[in-house]
Design a protein around this ligand. Sequence first.
Ligand SMILES: *Cc1c(COP(=O)(O)O)cnc(C)c1O
Length: 358
Amino acid sequence: MPRPTQAFINLSALAHNLVIVRQYAPHARIMAILKANAYGHGLLHAANALKDADGFALLELDAAICLRDAGYRQPILLLEGFFSTEELALFEQYQLSAVIHHPEQIVMLSDSKYHKLDLFIKINTGMNRLGLALEQLPQTIKKLTGNQYKNRITLMTHFACADDPAEAESVTQQLKCFEAVTKGYSYPHSLANSAAIIRYPETHSDWVRPGIMLYGASPFPDKTALELNLQPAMTLSSKIIAIHDLKTGDRVGYHGLFQADHPMRIGIVACGYADGYPRHAPTNTPVLVNNQRSRLLGRVSMDMLAVDLTGIENAGLNSSVILWGEEVSVDEVAHNAETTSYELLCALAPRVERIVSI
Ligand SMILES: *Cc1c(COP(=O)(O)O)cnc(C)c1O
């Protein structure tokens, strides 16, 4: 029998979420973000479910080549561009699009024989992560569109705070900055991640770049995925592999972090932090046992965790446990563990079997 911890990947949920992106941004082209193995969902499965997207974007060159080899013909954007002249040859060969965010890349381009590429020039409008300084833009465009060049250009930036309802001013600032510096050029624009797609329609422009919303999690702390009409694409599921009846005072797991204050039944679930369940999830983090809400008890181990079976009808060996999915959202678990759904989804371990359903 295989290990009972499995991730069910729901392809129709992914396709549904893409439709929702289109509803939010009906006039933009959609670049579906597939980085980090499609946020843990599996690159080729996700690409297949999202094949109606107008483009794909990721950071891993081998994954981009894998998409081309699988027959996808839409633009495939590498979000950190290329790191060497050798890589540039692959961009040409596989017709990959590159983010240009650093002057060093412009030097590599001018020193190369590759002058007919699809380039997304990324501008630092305030996040101070990737992007050219504002004053570098005119000379960069001049250089990359000069005489011998036939590059296609798109201008892009990225928001630091679009997910934070208290930071609307920051988005407005970045947008204003972008508009000011790109005024006078007629190249297409790309700005919005999931949060901006939903909350700031004025940022949509030509290409939107949804990630987390495609996977059915919410980009916002104050809105659930359900409220946004998004469907979770991943269900992390396991089983109870041991049962214990605790007496008052009995302790559970490493460091005895949970202690029973009355007699109770607990179940041991075959899922731990080596599967991608967050070790920092505390007692009371919700789980679903036999389709009923229950809670985590004590410290999550590498391969197992404990759950409360109080009041759960018929719970026993092999009872189904859902760590996250529809009834208990990955956002809820992330919130309890003081992290984000992004981190939990992309931390799903390779040893967890992914089972795809349509
Ligand atoms: C990851 C990423 C996105 C997608 O962000 P979400 O918040 O998941 O929608 C968009 N743009 C860039 C540049 C990214 O790196």
